[in-house]
Ligand binder design. Structure first.
Ligand SMILES: O=c1ccn([C@@H]2O[C@H](COP(=O)(O)OP(=O)(O)O[C@H]3O[C@H](CO)[C@@H](O)[C@H](O)[C@H]3O)[C@@H](O)[C@H]2O)c(=O)[nH]1
Ligand SMILES: [Mn+2]
Length: 754
């Protein structure tokens, strides 16, 4: 195996920088660089959890002891039992992280008092993959926001990995490298937030800031002109020859290249070690590097994980910082203090040496008030990540994560481990830029990893659509802990999916990725056994089991309704005492979920929309996730990574802002949604008839289930029958769904399953 350059060049030193004698006087509490606080509302949570658990047991007991005779819906009843058993087990799993979530509070003032500016070097990795779905002007706004962190610039290096291998993105980066000369001093002088120019100028008119209106307009004009140049060039797809003459990097595109087949490209746009690389005020600039790793058709490039691994190696010969931070290209820095806050965890004397990574939640800046597609992820961020933190550490969820370089390179945790915080830029030898670039290019070739442990024991793991989660699990199993930091001002904000199709695409990748981990040797119960606590093992399964949840849900949204239509009871009668645990579990579980959502900042309507989206995701994305995972297990298909688009056309954006659901295109997902919602509508009408015949007592529980589904589905009926805009459900989709409903009804009538 070829030795990993990154891990061989790092060594350990014994002292954190600048520890001073007088500190010995401090008490251990005041020495801590962060505090761990318990979240409120625990007693209420626990009461709910214990009583719901009791309710669930009663429900299952009733199901198991009241199986009807054959021919009276026995099969359907047993199916209900199976679905409820599944839900119960899943519910228990989701409680694993809820018992005692924690909040971490970093003390950046203490960090400043103790270390001043003697802080470790930090490498920031930004990934982009496609100039069409991730426009270069968006990418550089993110890059600029990261370059402008409130952190010593000589210790900061920003790397962009461009899997699109696009000259347009390179051009934008070149523009950004000169705009940074003005932007960074402007941000620091007036202490502005956020430091993404695109966002800053879209939100601010400069009046609340300390700068003069003249200065503000000057820099804004400069920014507008730059983005205009970039957008024009991106539109035309060609760089003018006179522009190309400005930087040698453009020569890399002298030969015809495309994103799937090209040589490795590494261009150091700003060399932080260069004395002349200073901004308009004479301050040092952070290092800025553009990288497009080599791509050849015969070599698998392993998507983002491949890009990250190339970045780890390339950066090891340029800056080699002990801390690596990764963000997606749309996730701009929204909080200038995020690096310092993260260091509070790593540099904490009591706990710091155990912490492998610090994960920030994924937050989006394009969410509508009522969260129409359920993408705000508030409950995952504020409840589940914090809960995971209390049982061993949050998962590595990709963007917005700070790692020790050493752990990404496969290091195991040992008690005597001491990080060399002094590593990084300054310990590099004085090679010329050209030499360094050539060395780096070699590390970014396709063949470099052949016969090595990269993608397995070293770097991010390959072969999983959620490379981050599986890598994080391996890190946890190597003995490291992780921390979730949730500053009041979110550290990163990105572009979340803004259409139904994008949402379903993202969730298919996530559910499929996590389910494939669950089914592999990395299943947290097997791989984590004896290495991480049971509750963390369960925590991983919250996401690992998203996909198979779809099966129980599909059952629950079709069979009780069809049985209602056919007159087969599947619940206790309304007057039976056995109905009580069903009602209790149903209401209290949902009420608690509402409480959780509201306390995380969602609106009532947002929660309701979120519930609808869970249903939709389960019957489409997650179902497809199951199918594709099984397909792959059988070796019938290959892993893919569909990059989500960060742009949508005007018409679509307008509907999004008005919170009107976007369907538009014809997809199999739409047929499933339309079929199931229509089926429930028919069943509800049929069910109402049953009630008039048999009476209220027997069928009302089923009617309630069916009715709830119908109420949840109102936006779908509107999109099928009432809306005329381009985002409505195409009539061909509605027609085929009607066909499927008729077919389902025929089957039910002819085959006695329910
Ligand atoms: O071949 C590829 C494919 C993707 N990416 C980058 O990966 C990132 C994530 O892609 P995106 O389409 O935005 O997916 P999301 O679902 O928003 O990403 C989340 O989920 C991914 C795993 O599914 C993680 O890798 C991400 O960090 C996490 O933010 C983007 O920066 C892409 O440019 C690459 O660099 N190369
Ligand atoms: Mn994204």
């Amino acid at each position: 195996m070829r030795p990993a350059p990154a891990s061989t060049t790092l060594s350990s030193s014994l002292q954190p920088p600048g520890k001073v004698e007088s500190e010995k006087m401090e008490t251990s509490e005041s020495r801590r660089l962060f505090a761990t606080e318990s979240l409120g509302g625990r007693a209420m949570y626990r009461l709910h959890a214990v009583t719901v658990a009791a309710g669930i047991l009663l429900v299952l007991y009733y199901r198991a002891t009241h199986v009807p005779a054959a021919g009276e819906g026995r099969a359907a009843w047993l199916g209900m039992l199976a679905a409820e058993l599944w839900y119960s087990a899943y519910w228990v799993i989701t409680q694993s992280v809820r018992w005692n979530p924690v909040h971490r509070r970093p003390f950046k003032e203490r960090l400043a008092a103790r270390y001043g500016e003697r802080l470790p070097c930090v490498d920031i990795f930004v990934c982009t993959a496609d100039p069409q779905s991730e426009p270069p002007s968006l990418v550089i706004s993110t890059v600029l926001s990261l370059m402008a962190y409130d952190y010593p610039a000589e210790k900061l290096s920003v790397y962009l990995s461009d899997d699109g291998g696009s000259i347009l993105t390179f051009y934008a980066m070149w523009e950004a490298s000169s705009f940074a000369n003005h932007w960074i001093p402007f941000c620091k002088r007036y202490n502005i937030e956020p430091r993404s120019p695109a966002i800053y100028f879209s939100e601010s008119d400069g009046l609340q800031d300390l700068c003069t209106p003249k200065e503000w307009s000057l820099i804004k004009d400069m920014y507008d002109e730059m983005t205009q140049r970039i957008d024009t060039i991106v539109m035309s797809g060609k760089i003018p020859e006179e522009t190309k003459a400005n930087h040698k990097g453009f020569d890399e595109w002298n030969i015809e290249i495309n994103s799937k087949d090209h040589q490795p490209i590494v261009q150091i746009l700003i060399d932080g070690k260069d004395q002349n690389a200073v901004d308009t005020e004479g301050n040092v600039l952070p290092t800025l590097v553009y990288m497009a790793r080599e791509k050849r058709r015969q070599h698998h490039h392993n998507f983002k994980a491949g890009a990250m691994n190339a970045l780890i190696r390339v950066s090891s010969v340029i800056s080699n910082s002990p801390i690596i931070m990764n963000v997606d290209c749309d996730m701009y820095s929204n909080n200038k203090d995020a690096i310092r806050e993260s260091l509070c965890f790593f540099l904490d004397e009591e706990m710091g040496h155990k912490i492998g990574f610090v994960q920030y939640p994924q937050n989006y800046n394009n969410m509508t008030k009522n969260n129409i597609y359920g993408n705000s992820l508030q409950v995952i961020n504020k409840v589940e990540l914090r809960g995971l933190d209390s049982v061993g550490g949050p998962l590595y969820i990709g963007t917005g994560c700070f790692h020790r370089r050493e752990i990404l390179c496969g290091r195991r945790f040992t008690k005597d481990y001491k990080e060399d915080w002094n590593g990084g830029i300054k310990d590099q030898t004085q090679e010329s830029i050209h030499e360094i670039e050539e060395k780096a290019k070699f590390l970014a070739t396709c063949t470099y990893e052949l016969g090595t442990q990269w993608g397995d024991e070293i770097g991010l793991k390959y072969g999983c659509p959620v490379e981050d989660v599986i890598t994080g699990l391996a890190i946890h199993c190597r003995g490291w802990g992780s921390i979730c930091n949730l500053p009041t001002r979110p550290a990163f904000l990105g572009v979340g999916p803004a259409t139904l199709a994008q949402t379903l695409l993202q969730h298919k990748r996530w559910s499929e990725g996590n389910f494939s981990i669950f089914l592999s040797k990395y299943c947290s119960f097997l791989f984590g056994h004896g290495k991480i606590g049971l509750r963390l093992q369960m925590g991983y399964c919250i996401y690992g089991l998203w996909a198979p949840n779809s099966l129980a849900t599909l059952y629950y949204v079709t069979i009780p309704s069809l049985a209602l239509l056919k007159g087969t009871p599947l619940f206790p009668e309304m007057t039976s005492p056995w109905i009580a645990p069903f009602i209790y579990v149903f209401f209290v579980k949902n009420l608690y979920s509402l409480y959780e959502a509201l306390s995380c900042g969602d609106t009532l309507k947002g929660w309701w929309n979120g519930q609808r989206m869970w249903l939709v995701k389960r019957i489409t994305s997650y179902l497809f996730g199951v199918i594709d995972t099984l397909w792959k297990l059988l070796g019938l298909s290959q892993m893919s990574f569909a990059v989500s688009s960060k742009v949508s056309d005007e018409d679509v954006s307008k509907r999004y802002e008005q919170e009107i659901m976007e369907f538009g295109s014809s997809t199999p997902q739409l047929v499933i949604i339309a079929t199931i919602t229509l089926l429930n509508l028919v069943c509800m009408v049929g069910g109402l008839r049953q009630i008039t015949i048999v009476g209220f007592n027997v069928f009302s529980p089923q009617l309630i289930v069916c009715g709830m589904l119908v109420i949840t589905s109102i936006p779908f009926y509107e999109a099928m029958f009432l809306r005329k805009d381009k985002g409505s459900i195409p009539s061909s989709m509605t027609l085929s769904s009607v066909g499927f409903v008729v077919l389902a009804l025929l089957v039910v009538i002819l085959v006695p399953i329910v």
